[in-house]
Design a protein around this ligand. Structure first.
Ligand code: GDP
Length: 269
């Protein structure tokens, strides 16, 4: 048996195509090793892996998304008949929330990407594959809105965060290039007070080179007192971090409901 294997090996060496194949095999192994090591080396690795595994989320989630309703009145949130866990998305206006929701769901017009910031003035509820309700909250911090309107938006958001029973987690969008403000800090502590998980999604990561991105992420974590895993860089434009975002959403919903069905087929793989 050993003699046969040795003969086959020698034949491969003397056959020019065989040598090529041998070299090709080694080159492939080297390439795989390089990718694997970059994957385990932090954020840059994450992008590569995410980019490599990119598929259109539309195929898996878009068809299973159901709009449930919207409200502008804090006294009138959607009744919770289904008892599904809710994961809410927050962010300053113009942070890239609508773009992210469109990319996540694979729908071009789930949310209108605005040239005029401050357009989303309601809380919107969307059910994803009968497993979790995604809640789109109004973008805050748009200074050009009338004061009364700013106040009522703020009331709507806080009422939701402080009283909503089925709220099971939050994603707080922060433009990776900007320093987080008081609202971000207050939102983080409101979630912590309720014992609910919240993760920062650092948006528009494609606008920075790797060095600046790493510096900004470190700064974000320091200012907000968060762990590395609590700040996730994303780019809707390049589709970086989309899979991670779905994982977070389903992870948060699974924590609060034992009834969540198999989620792996929802997450773009
Ligand atoms: P919203 O007000 O938070 O809903 O923000 P939008 O989704 O309307 O986005 C505001 C602006 O940021 C738009 O011009 C988008 O094209 C842009 N934008 C959103 N996401 C990204 C991103 O990942 N990368 C870059 N470079 N621009 C983005």
């Amino acid at each position: 048996m050993a003699t046969i294997s040795l003969l086959a090996f020698l034949l491969t060496l003397f056959n020019p195509n065989g040598v090529d194949r041998l070299r090709g095999g080694k080159a492939k192994a080297r390439k795989k090793r390089d990718i694997d090591s970059s994957v385990s080396s932090g954020e840059t690795g994450m992008y590569k892996r995410d980019y490599k595994n990119r598929v259109s989320p539309k195929l898996k989630v878009g068809t299973t998304l159901k709009y449930l309703g919207s409200t502008t009145d804090p006294q009138d949130f959607l009744p919770q008949r289904s008892k599904l866990a809710e994961v809410a998305i927050f962010g300053r206006s113009n942070v890239g929330k609508s773009t992210l929701l469109n990319v996540l769901t694979g729908r071009k017009k789930m949310c209108t990407v605005s040239k005029r910031p401050g357009c989303t003035k309601a809380v919107h509820f969307y059910r994803v594959k009968k497993s979790v309700v995604l809640v789109d909250t109004p973008g805050y911090g748009y200074a050009k809105l009338p004061r009364v309107q700013i106040q009522s938006l703020s009331e709507l958001i806080w009422k939701y965060v402080q009283t909503r029973q089925m709220l099971s987690g939050g994603l707080l969008l922060v433009d990776v290039r900007r320093n987080p403000g008081d609202t971000e800090k207050r939102l983080l502590s409101a979630f912590k007070e309720r014992g609910l998980p919240i993760t920062i999604l650092a948006t528009k990561a494609d606008k920075l080179n790797s060095f600046d991105l790493e510096t900004k992420l470190t700064n974000l974590r320091r200012v907000l007192g968060l762990e590395k895993s609590e700040v996730v860089p994303i780019s809707s434009r390049r589709q970086w971090g989309i899979r991670e975002t779905w994982k977070l959403i389903f992870g948060m919903s699974a924590r609060s409901t034992a009834t969540v069905d198999k989620t792996s087929d929802l997450i773009p793989s």
